[in-house]
Design a protein. Structure first.
Length: 583
């Protein structure tokens, strides 16, 4: 009876593995899917579920007995120390059942020796014997490209206790935990204390199986169980490593497992590379189409280009990066007069500018505003693009009252006991500014140079690392004040605010080109450059149409992002279900 069951067992085991291949693509397409596949492959491998068992294999007990014999012989010759017997593994310590002929063992029973590198920092030289630390092993090979060097004398002293040889395994035990690496070189080298050395038996090669086993989630869970140290530096104590519990298959099955894992990992590599290439091609296609859309000469041409792209939205807009690209293209079209058609009946922007100029002259005459130096007329060669009918080129100082910021003294707590929002770059993560992380008092306004910024003003960041990649703009919903890394732009006509906020976003890339980056990494947007920047101002009715259309399309982009996120969640849950079912 038992013989019949044992003979049928390999078939049952083999039939359990096809679902992995059946669901490979589905799992791989989920966010982080390929990484999850790699973990699943290793988990199935060490659980004995990846390849069929063969009843003719010599059981793992035979392999373990041969290792014990080799260790006893080496200890007798004085080449290794005789170790105390390791405690037997209780049933409670076994995380899962193993197939017949496999055994749970302490890793110390499978290894000849467990040691680590030198515990003192040697004297480094420009050349000599390679000295390897955690940074020089990556889980695949030992790298000598950026290692340190020590003298032959120190190398010999270290090697008397810790001599890595081809086929041994190095294990990161301080900081990064695990990341086993097979010694794949005959070049002599010494190890630092952060690297553990697992000496393997010489009569048989078990290095590849142990390497995949030590790389598996099963062992990662055990590293986490035994790790010591604080939150900043974890470590595996050398004395705890031999206690690790390892599922040990027959030697012949180990070879089959290794071959199958290599085959499936190669498939993961192919999927990963295919995904990378697909992403690159997708980005190029989307870039070409959206660039053509952004470069449309007229609103009519933009509409025609939009119609060409629209049928391919499902293909193009299946990732958030492309939706972001679409949204920026919409903004670029909007501020260049390509998003909505012009209406000849609209009063031109020049009339609006005349009204603003009159208001500005009144404020100057009453002493409420300083007279600014007007910019020279823009020449034909300076025009960044052709303006639609009724538009005019303008600059921010022509339309707004410009203000700066300051920081009240921290030595005077009474300055920081009020409820007036004090906006700084860290608050500029939203489009509408209604509060800030810090607040100041009315006394701070009275006794310092701190300005009061009216509601319906634009706030922009002009200094800070955020300018390396973004140009944050917000509209004040209440009265606020700002710090010295900010500028406020209060439109002389409040109805301008929505369009000016949109213009800042639409010309973000153009404005970022004006940012100065120092060798120390600091970024600054010089006022002279920002306020000399010219952009197009549409007639007031067209501004309203543009702002409304942009809001509508940005809502569409938000819906697309939500759809992508929902799809990713569904894919992720499906992948988790499949992984759980296969594990």
């Amino acid at each position: 009876m038992s013989a019949t069951l044992e003979a049928r067992e390999p078939v049952a085991r083999y039939l359990a593995t096809p679902p992995l291949l059946q669901h490979f693509d589905c799992i791989a397409q989920a966010p982080g899917g390929v990484a999850r596949l790699r973990e699943l492959i290793l988990t199935l491998a060490v659980q004995g579920k990846l390849v069929p068992q063969d009843p003719t294999d010599k059981p793992a007990s035979v392999l373990l007995e041969r290792i014990r014999a080799e260790k006893a012989q080496l200890a007798k010759k004085g080449k290794i120390r005789k170790e105390k017997p390791l405690a037997a593994i209780s049933e409670k310590e076994k995380p899962f059942a193993l197939p017949p002929r496999c055994e749970w063992a302490r890793i110390g029973e499978v290894l000849l020796q467990v040691t680590d590198g030198t515990h003192h920092t040697p004297k480094y030289l420009d050349s000599g014997v390679a000295f390897i630390s955690v940074k020089d092993i990556d889980g695949k090979s030992v790298s000598f490209a950026d290692c340190k060097f020590i003298s032959e004398t120190e190398h010999q002293q270290i090697n008397a206790r810790c001599n890595p040889e081809r086929g041994d395994i190095l294990l990161c035990r301080i900081g990064t935990l695990g990341r086993p690496t097979i010694v794949d070189t005959d070049r002599p080298f010494s190890l630092f204390v952060s690297v553990g050395l697992l000496k393997l038996p010489k009569f048989v090669d078990v290095s590849k199986y142990l390497h995949l086993l030590l790389s598996s989630p099963v062992m990662a869970a055990q590293y986490n169980e035994i790790k010591a140290g604080g939150s900043h530096t974890n470590k595996l104590n050398l004395g705890d490593i031999p206690q690790l519990r390892v599922p040990t298959p027959p030697l012949a099955e180990q070879s089959r497992i290794v071959a199958r894992v290599e085959e499936l990992m190669a498939l993961c590599d192919t999927l990963e590379e295919a995904g990378r290439l697909a992403a690159v091609q997708h980005e190029r296609l989307a870039g070409a189409l959206f660039d053509a859309l952004a470069n449309s000469a007229t609103a009519e041409e933009a509409a025609a280009n939009w119609q060409r792209i629209a049928p391919h939205f499902d293909l193009l807009l299946d990732r958030t990066s492309t939706v972001d690209r679409l949204e920026q293209t919409i903004l670029q079209l909007a501020v260049r007069g390509r998003l909505v058609p012009q209406d000849p009946a609209d009063e031109p922007a020049s009339a609006l500018l005349q009204e603003i100029r009159s208001e500005k002259d009144r404020l100057i005459a009453t002493g409420q505003l300083k007279r600014d130096k007007p910019l020279p007329p823009i020449g034909d060669e300076e025009r960044p693009f052709d303006l639609p009918q009724g538009w005019s080129f303008v600059s921010f100082p022509e339309l707004c009252v410009i203000g700066g910021g300051a920081t009240p003294s921290k030595a005077k707590p009474m300055y920081w006991e009020g409820d007036l929002p004090w906006v700084s770059p860290k608050d500029m993560k939203v489009d509408l500014i209604a509060d800030a992380q810090d607040h100041v008092s009315k006394l701070a306004l009275e006794e310092t140079r701190l300005p009061l910024v009216p509601r319906n003003s634009l706030l922009i960041v002009v200094r800070g690392m955020i300018l390396a990649h973004s140009f944050p703009v917000g509209v004040t919903q209440i009265e606020v004040t700002i710090n010295q890394d900010m500028k406020s732009l209060t439109p002389l006509t409040p109805t301008l605010t929505p369009y000016l906020a949109l213009a800042c976003k639409g010309f973000k890339q153009d404005i970022l080109e004006l940012v100065e980056r120092s060798s120390h990494g600091t970024c600054k947007l010089e006022s002279d450059k920002l306020f000399a920047f010219r952009f197009g101002l549409p007639p007031l009715p067209e501004q309203s149409r543009i702002v409304a259309r942009v809001a509508e399309l940005r809502d569409l982009c938000a819906q697309l992002r939500q759809r992508i996120a929902t799809t990713a969640q569904i894919q992720s849950r499906l992948a988790e279900t499949l992984v759980d079912g296969l594990g």
